[in-house]
Design a protein around this ligand. Sequence first.
Ligand code: SAH
Ligand code: SF4
Ligand code: F3S
Length: 461
Amino acid sequence: MADITAIKLNSNVKLQMGTFHVAVWGCQMNVYDADRIRDLMTASGYVEQNEPKGADVIILVTCAVRAKAEDKVFNQLGSWRHQGIINDDTVIALGGCVGSELAHQIIEIDPKIAIVFGPRTAHKLPAMVAQYRATHESVVDVNAEALEKFDALPEQGQRGPSAFVTIMEGCSNNCTYCIVPHTRGGEESRPEQDIIDEVITHVANGVKEIHLLGQNVNSYRGLDANGNVSRLSSLLYEIAAIDGVERLRFTTSNPMEFTDDIIQAIADLPVIADSIHIPVQSGSDRILKLMHRDYTADSYRELIRKLRQARPNIFISTDIIVGFPGETDEDFAQTMQLVDDIKFDASFSFIYSKRPGTPAAEYEDNVPLEHKRQNLYALQAKLEEYATMYSQSLMGTRQRVLVEGISRKSDQELKARTSNNRIVVFEGSRDLVGQMVDIDVIKVMSHTMKGRLVGQGMNLS
Ligand code: SAH
Ligand code: SF4
Ligand code: F3S
């Protein structure tokens, strides 16, 4: 296996023109990484193509959070090979969380994979491709300092009207079921000024909505310009004050560090969107403890009460794991009760997936899969009911929306997003794409809404 530590991104890399295609799975942090990889490859002289067929380099940004997520990349590669979309000349670079989880094992699983990188080494890709092309030996590099990537990447390119900005890398919470601390490493926060600079560049490029990302943004502890530690609430005030930021979101918030200063910032800053994702995972204190989640169902209820007091219209979504090892019917009933108490908006729920090397993988798990499935369906039916209830509550209301693009179903219609994260389609001219406009909600369907434009262009409220 070749050692790439000595290879640096230099002018030779720029000469190696070719095409690349990026495929991405997983969470928003992977979407951010994939966008930055696009910026980097383009700056290095490669040309992006939207389809994999015929690309010289295929870059796979993968997710390992559940076994099914991990399988996706290998299934995709199999199907591309079968269809002749990739061949023996295609340089395949497998990265993201499966890259760092399996590292050298990936080459053993599939010797045709040329390059393995991780979330922390994405910035080394052009050098890794150059190395592989020079030697035809597989290149594996998944280790780097958490923040090295951010310093090494070129300035971010054009995005749509909404842009993700990663504010911290990794996670140190070690929830017993979770592989993320292993795949992304320990938590580290980016300096405040770097984040602000990135936001300013986005706004100059026409971005209206900034979405801050981290596995647990509530524990942000980046240094400010004076070398003092800045917390998430200070960062929110700083970003809200940047001219041109019209909407601000942040994901994911862990309930255990949702401190009152963050709630106060939500109350003070109307630019923060009316929707927030706070994964609860379970409504049973016994299971929360086994999961190593440092809060209780009641402290979660109290947090939501405070949030709704600060922002009465806020929609709250969550993640729930069903069938954690040893989960009893009584534990599950407590989760169902919590869902009824909180009345979550559109949420994500999953059957527990055993992840190698995590503490929970050693726990005895005697609940039959079929029973877990039935519980999941019952939970999802309940979650769907409440999501529909929230959608219906928007019928007849006026909403300020960010126009994200043309609707997929009809090119006469635009697609936009409300503050509380609902998609609305409405008739309007293409030059509204990228702008904030007001619409009246005239129809509510299961997952989208139909609207009517109130005025034209910006500053309508
Ligand atoms: N950092 C976020 C979650 C990131 S992972 C947080 O702590 O809230 C996204 C979601 O995947 C988690 O909220 C959890 O619900 C789910 N998840 C993580 N590991 C899982 C596993 N082993 N099995 C099933 N679901 C899992
Ligand atoms: Fe995983 Fe827990 Fe970290 Fe979220 S907070 S990424 S669930 S270890
Ligand atoms: Fe998946 Fe990695 Fe995100 S495991 S959920 S892509 S941090």
